[in-house]
Design a protein around this ligand. Sequence first.
Ligand SMILES: NC(=O)c1ccc[n+]([C@@H]2O[C@H](COP(=O)([O-])OP(=O)(O)OC[C@H]3O[C@@H](n4cnc5c(N)ncnc54)[C@H](O)[C@@H]3O)[C@@H](O)[C@H]2O)c1
Length: 301
Amino acid sequence: MGCIVIGVDNLFSGSLDNMTDFIGDPAFLFHNKSITNTLFMEQLIKKHSPISAIFHLAAIISVPYSMDHVAQTMKVNHEASSFLHSKAIQYECRTFVFAGSAAEYGSPLLRPVFEADAGDPISPYGLSKYLVSQAIDQSGYGCSLRFFNIYGPTRAKAGPYDGVVRKFLERTQAGLPPIIHGDGMQLRDFLFLEDALRALTTAAGFMRGWPLSGVYNVGTGCGVSINMLARLTVRMAKRTNKPIYAEARQGDIRYSVADNSKLLRDTGWIPGISIKEGLAKTVAGMREIAAPLEREAQVVR
Ligand SMILES: NC(=O)c1ccc[n+]([C@@H]2O[C@H](COP(=O)([O-])OP(=O)(O)OC[C@H]3O[C@@H](n4cnc5c(N)ncnc54)[C@H](O)[C@@H]3O)[C@@H](O)[C@H]2O)c1
């Protein structure tokens, strides 16, 4: 689109490896800084104004981590996000798109959740996201996209807070059984990365129409149990392993499926990739990423 893109990330859970395709591009300016550095963030926004869109995705992303690090989670996810939203208004940025979360819905509801169902989050992560979504909604400026479980290939190194899809795929592709926390009956709404990215650009009004205002669920609307995900990943690895069951995780939501009709109604966005297709694309992408690394390792050996 001929725009300059400015990235800010302190690499807390992110990795430069994810930016290898564009890190040297003169149209991409990267700052290894924390969004909690308010002086820096305000100067950056001021310097580059008018800005066509702020996509605010930086966050402490792990629910278990947020349970043990409440103050840090609130500082990054709530305080810094509210500050950025207020500066986007002050410097008349065309729009502000915030990554909200399914964790904003706390109590288990045995049906897909509507945007208005949020308000009872059971983790500091969910609470921090909910407070920002509410403030955005009430301000009438910008939008919060409540993403459900996003998955896809990544170059980032594996870590203890990886999502369940990556954990299952890494184990099953290595011939190991997936490890399920709890009884595996938890329902999740798995959204492939490309569909999530299309929702972000749609919300900013980059595809057509105007930037969105308010709160929107972004999910497929289809619930997949963790047991089913385990079966699919085992089958994809052409194995017959039975999963290992471990203790349930604190702060884990039981049922989490989106009613995505609001986003569909207001923009025409629909998810295009099924869980089976998405898993196959993720495995293919992971292999593509691993191949040059393996070649490099062989040269070093
Ligand atoms: N992946 C999902 O399933 C999912 C679901 C719902 C919402 N989200 C939201 O989407 C966004 C992107 O998540 P992701 O899954 O791509 O995870 P991610 O870890 O790749 O992205 C989060 C980024 O925020 C950065 N970050 C953390 N603290 C920071 C700080 N103080 N200053 C600057 N950068 C900081 C991390 O280094 C990381 O690169 C997050 O806001 C997350 O809460 C993700």
